[in-house]
Design a protein around this ligand. Structure first.
Ligand SMILES: [Zn+2]
Ligand SMILES: [Zn+2]
Length: 299
C-alpha cells in the first residue's frame, strides 16, 4: 500500500468568504474563495468550488486522469465561481462525482452549476466539459459512503440554506462547517453533531463578536458566525483542532494575525486557515495529533 493510501490530509486552496480579494493586504492568508481538498486513504474529496478551485485544478494537470468527489455546501457565488475555470473538468478521461443538497426552491446542484455557465453571464456552457460529471442529490442527514470513508451532512443556519459536512475514516474525522450563523441563545445541535470529537473542525468565523453586534452595522441575520462562537463550539464538541475559516474580505493579514492570537488564547489548538497550507492527521486516532505542514502553492 502506498503512503498516500494511509494518509488523511486537508489542503486549503481558498479560505476567503463572500468575494475574492487579492492584493497586497491579503498576501499571507490569501484572497481566493472557499475550496478545500481532502486526501483520504488515496481518495480525493473536494469541498466547495470557489475561486480556489481554479488553482487546485492547475495543480491537478500533472496528475491526469483524476477522479474526485466534490461536495458543495451551497451555491452562493463564493462557493461555485471556480467551477467554470476548473480545467480538469474539460478534459476527457477525468471523473467527478458531484454532490449537493437541493436549494429551498428545489433547484438541484446540477441545475445551479449549469445555470451559472449560461449566456449572457458566461460564454462556455457546462456541456462543453468533457470529463464524466456524475451529479448526486443529497438528502439532509444522509451519509455517503466512498469505500471506507463516510461523509455526513447537516443543514446549517444560512440565508438560502447551506449544508455542513463531516468526513470519517479509520477513526479520524474532519468537519467542514461553513456558511453558518450561530443562534443567540443556544449552540446549534446540527453543528455540534457534525463537530463531535472531531480531529479538525473548519468553521465559518467571518466576523468578530464586536463586528457581529456592532451598533449601526450589525451582521445579525447575514448567515455567518464569529471566532468567539467557533471557540464555544470547539469546546462544547470536544474538537481537537479548530480552523478559523471564511475570512471577511475586509480583514487584512495583520487583522487576521490578531484574530489568531486572540482565538489561540482561548483555544490553544487554533489554526488560521491560509491558502496553500496542509493539515495532516498523523499518529493513531487515539493520539489525536493533527500537525500543520507548510506547503507552497506554486501554480
Ligand atoms: Zn460563503
Ligand atoms: Zn453563503
Amino acid at each position: 500500500m502506498s503512503s498516500t493510501q494511509n494518509l488523511f490530509t486537508i489542503q486549503f486552496w481558498g479560505v476567503r468568504g463572500s468575494i475574492a480579494c487579492p492584493g497586497p493586504e491579503t498576501v499571507r492568508y490569501g484572497g481566493n474563495t472557499p475550496c478545500i481538498e481532502m486526501r483520504v486513504g488515496g481518495k480525493r474529496l473536494i469541498f466547495d468550488g470557489g475561486t480556489g478551485l481554479r488553482v487546485l485544478g492547475q495543480s491537478m494537470l500533472s496528475q491526469m486522469p483524476v477522479e474526485a468527489y466534490m461536495f458543495f455546501t451551497h451555491s452562493h457565488w463564493d462557493h461555485i465561481q471556480g467551477v467554470p475555470f476548473f480545467i480538469p473538468a474539460f478534459i476527457k478521461g477525468n471523473c467527478f462525482h458531484i454532490y449537493g443538497a437541493p436549494a429551498p426552491n428545489g433547484a438541484t446542484i446540477e441545475k445551479r452549476l449549469t445555470d451559472q455557465m449560461l449566456h449572457p453571464n458566461f460564454p462556455v456552457p457546462i456541456r462543453v466539459m468533457q470529463a464524466d460529471l456524475k451529479f448526486n442529490d443529497l438528502e439532509l442527514g444522509e451519509t455517503v459512503e466512498i469505500e471506507d470513508i463516510t461523509v455526513e451532512n447537516a443543514l446549517l443556519n444560512h440565508p438560502g440554506e447551506a449544508v455542513g459536512y463531516r468526513v470519517n475514516w479509520r477513526g479520524y474525522s474532519a468537519a467542514y462547517i461553513t456558511d453558518t450563523e450561530h443562534f443567540a441563545d443556544s449552540l446549534d445541535t446540527n453543528v455540534l453533531r457534525l463537530a463531535r470529537n472531531a480531529d479538525v473542525m473548519i468553521y465559518d468565523a467571518t466576523y468578530t463578536d464586536e463586528e457581529y453586534h456592532s451598533q449601526g452595522s450589525s451582521k445579525v441575520g447575514w448567515g455567518h458566525s464569529t471566532w468567539q462562537e467557533a471557540v464555544k463550539v470547539a469546546i462544547a464538541a470536544n474538537v481537537k483542532k479548530l480552523v478559523i475559516f471564511h475570512h471577511d474580505p475586509l480583514h487584512n493579514d495583520d487583522f487576521l494575525d490578531h484574530v489568531g492570537e486572540q482565538a489561540s488564547g482561548q483555544f490553544p489548538n487554533t489554526f488560521m486557515a491560509r491558502e496553500g497550507q496542509t493539515i495532516q492527521l498523523v499518529g493513531t486516532p487515539a493520539q489525536n495529533l493533527a500537525t500543520v505542514q507548510e506547503t507552497k502553492v506554486t501554480v
